[in-house]
Design a protein around this ligand. Structure first.
Ligand code: ADP
Ligand code: ADP
Length: 232
């Protein structure tokens, strides 16, 4: 069964009298262990799609199912709970807390949940898996861009997500460091985690199982997996 199902998803943003239709009817299914790259021009709706799939935002109409649960049937509290239990996020701007060490940053999402036991060891284990075992006590401003990105990847995994959503996960990285992050993603996908990454990086689209192209709020079914990702 698919982990994520989107059916005719429409997302509108309203400001005053203006309505902007960011998603105009998106259909998508993502299976466990699948690595999907989402490409398309700036403003086409890629971030909006990630937010909807990750339960950070609700569609205006259409249906989203996560792990067999129809999201529209949930209360806000239930939706937050399902998101915390199921989804990990890697944002482009990292969102690391400057006053916390790498280990503490990775532990943070775990502390919001009910099971905080073993959080410290789990965080250090994840930092080791992204090659940062010698940087656990460093603060974000003592880390390079690539190292910070890898801390963000480690943090996204601390609650054992079934779905990992990433916005330009290699955006600020050189090719070799980007490759390390992708190798980490490959290992996660092998464990059955579905990954959806918004990207402009050809290294990512070559690596992905499937490339989904969004143009003007719709999936462009004519853009085959072999198409070049659009540059902004
Ligand atoms: P992409 O990630 O492909 O650049 P976005 O999903 O960020 O595209 O944006 C799609 C469209 O929705 C754009 O026109 C953008 O300006 C608009 N948009 C995105 N977020 C909001 C918001 N919170 N309020 C109003 N409009 C928004
Ligand atoms: P990368 O090749 O991953 O971008 P850098 O060349 O930027 O790494 O950094 C090399 C080393 O210097 C890293 O191990 C990092 O921990 C350390 N470093 C980078 N910036 C700082 C800083 N502002 N303060 C202390 N150490 C730093």
């Amino acid at each position: 069964a698919p982990l994520v199902v989107a059916r005719d998803v429409v997302k509108e943003y309203r400001s005053g009298d203006e309505t902007l239709r960011a998603l105009k009817g998106v259909d998508l299914e993502i299976r466990p262990g699948e690595f999907v790259a989402v490409v398309g021009p700036s403003g086409s709706g890629k971030s909006t799609l990630l937010n909807v799939l990750g339960l950070l935002d609700v569609p205006t109409s259409g249906r989203v199912e996560l792990d067999g649960t129809a999201v529209a049937d949930l209360s806000i509290a239930e939706r937050t709970r399902l998101r915390r239990e199921t989804v990990g996020f890697v944002f482009q701007s990292f969102h690391l807390v400057p006053t916390l060490t790498a280990t503490e940053n990775v532990m943070l999402p775990r502390l919001a949940g009910s099971d905080t036991s073993g959080a410290f060891d789990r965080a250090d284990g994840l930092l080791e898996s992204v090659g940062l075992d010698d940087r656990t006590d460093h603060y974000p401003d003592q880390l390079s861009g690539g190292q910070r990105q890898r801390v963000a990847v480690a943090r996204s995994l601390v609650n054992d997500p079934r779905l990992l959503l990433a916005d330009e996960p290699t955006g600020n990285l050189d090719q070799a460091t980007g490759r390390q992050v992708l190798d980490e993603f490959a290992g996660i996908a092998d464990d059955g985690v579905a990954i959806v990454a918004v990207t402009h990086d050809e290294q990512v689209t070559r690596f992905a199982d499937r490339v989904v192209t969004i143009v003007d709020g719709r999936i462009d079914v004519n853009a085959g997996d072999d198409s070049e990702p659009d540059a902004d």
